[in-house]
Ligand binder design. Structure first.
Ligand code: SAM
Length: 405
């Protein structure tokens, strides 16, 4: 599958499956891809009325004054009648509405852990996609993921089959194999749309999951050269024509030459070596051997860039003292020289947000013509920071504005 970008191409990369490669030199801040979800589903599958987000666009409902509920199930809530009407033609069609109501009263499913309920919600969404947009369903099926028939797939297949045995269209769509394959695609490819950022919230959680067909081709690197921005509740701090609020923008963190693989980090970059390895193995099925991991694999458990590791939120995170920072600022520039002992020291200083409980990644604002921006934007809290000082404008947690849907 090709990506809709003239500056990227999909290539087979040894030991990593498909990946995305720069087909020309790319500049810091450059927008390399905008992607829309083919599937979105909320994390509150069984008790939707407790959700504080619109079930169509997933904006926070906190400051909305014209909230409406679905008139049929009376459970799912939407920002306004526009979102409701869009959802009726898409994610909350008549039969999805009925299926979700049945899922909520399915006593066997309700007793299951949240993960299983969530998988059931995903399967209903995927089934809806198969019926309403078969070509997007084919794209979903072409994403990476094995189709092992495990216990979860067996169980969910029986729940979903019983749901679809009634008035729902084309119940033959859900064989055990398709169910199992869909679950694997979801696990490897779903992106989380996070709760709005707050400095007081140590454990920011997910509000919805989405399948983004092109962004799914990015492989992981613990020192990424690109990162994703979403603007679910706020407008981007630059002109972005026609963007829906659940669209992703992928921007370059720094310059890269033509032919270089473009990678995202699948989670915040501050996680320590053992936790990253564990997560990548358990959730994504691979052992990471990126430059950063190769360096850190030789460290003792307590060692970090300068031997400084602090405990923060129960997690070990990298820290540097002021002298270290000055020295690193003077001596370390990003380079393609992978022999550097601390490939991540410079990265942390320049590209990691220092706001409490944020751990977001900073990328420059998009260049204007040939002029590169010296303003960095955090992809989690939205803070804008110039080279010398914090601009202190734009906070994703506060500035709620309407965007096109
Ligand atoms: C979102 S997909 C990325 C695209 C995928 N490579 C493909 O061919 O469709 C995630 C999967 O890609 C592979 N992958 C991603 N980053 C990797 C890395 N750094 N090393 C090895 N495999 C990686 C893993 O199999 C992972 O489960």
């Amino acid at each position: 599958m090709a990506v809709p970008s003239s500056v990227l191409k999909v290539e087979e990369i040894q030991g990593r499956g498909r990946g995305i490669v720069a087909s020309q030199p790319l500049k810091a801040g450059q927008i390399i891809l905008t992607d829309s979800p083919i599937l979105l589903y909320p994390v509150s599958p069984i008790s939707p009325h407790s959700s504080s987000f619109c079930d169509h666009c997933f904006k926070s409902l906190q400051h909305q004054s014209s909230i409406v509920s679905c008139p049929s199930c009376r459970q799912y809530r939407f920002c306004n009648s526009i979102c409701l009407s869009k959802a009726h033609g898409f994610s909350h069609s008549t039969w999805v509405c009925q299926a979700l109501s049945q899922l909520q009263t399915n006593s066997v499913l309700v007793q299951q852990p949240l993960e299983r309920q969530l998988q059931a919600r995903f399967l209903v969404a995927a089934y809806n996609l198969a019926v309403t947009a078969p070509s997007n369903f084919q794209i979903l099926l072409s994403l990476q993921g094995s189709d092992d028939n495990d216990d979860a797939a067996q169980f969910l297949h029986s729940v979903i089959s019983s749901l679809f045995s009634g008035s729902y269209p084309r119940n033959e769509l859900f064989s055990l194999q398709v169910t199992s394959s869909l679950l694997a695609k979801d696990k490897l490819n779903a992106f989380g749309l996070m709760h709005p950022f707050s400095e007081n919230d140590e454990n920011r959680s997910v509000r919805a999951y989405g399948i983004y067909p092109y962004a799914s081709f990015f492989n992981h690197d613990c020192l990424p050269n690109a990162c994703r921005f979403d603007y679910v509740d706020v407008n981007p701090p630059y002109h972005a024509d026609g963007l829906n609020n659940t669209d992703f923008i992928i921007r370059m963190i720094h310059d890269v030459p033509q032919g270089r693989e473009i990678c995202l980090s699948y989670f915040p970059v501050n996680e320590n070596y053992s936790s990253r390895q564990k997560r990548l193995l358990e959730d994504y099925g691979f052992a990471c051997n990126c430059d950063r991991c190769n360096v850190e694999s030789n460290w003792s458990d307590n060692e970090s860039v300068e031997g400084d590791v602090e405990e923060e939120n129960g997690e070990e995170v990298m820290v540097m003292d002021d002298d270290d920072e000055e020295e690193q600022n003077e001596n370390m520039e990003p380079s393609d020289n992978d022999n550097n002992d601390f490939p991540h020291a410079y990265f942390f200083l320049k590209y990691m947000c220092d706001r409490t409980n944020c751990w977001g990644t900073l990328a420059p604002l998009p260049p204007q013509g040939d002029a590169l921006s010296n303003v960095m934007e955090c992809n989690v809290c939205g803070k804008l920071k110039s080279d010398d000082d914090n601009l202190n404008i734009d906070d994703k947690g506060q500035d709620e504005v309407a965007m096109e849907d």
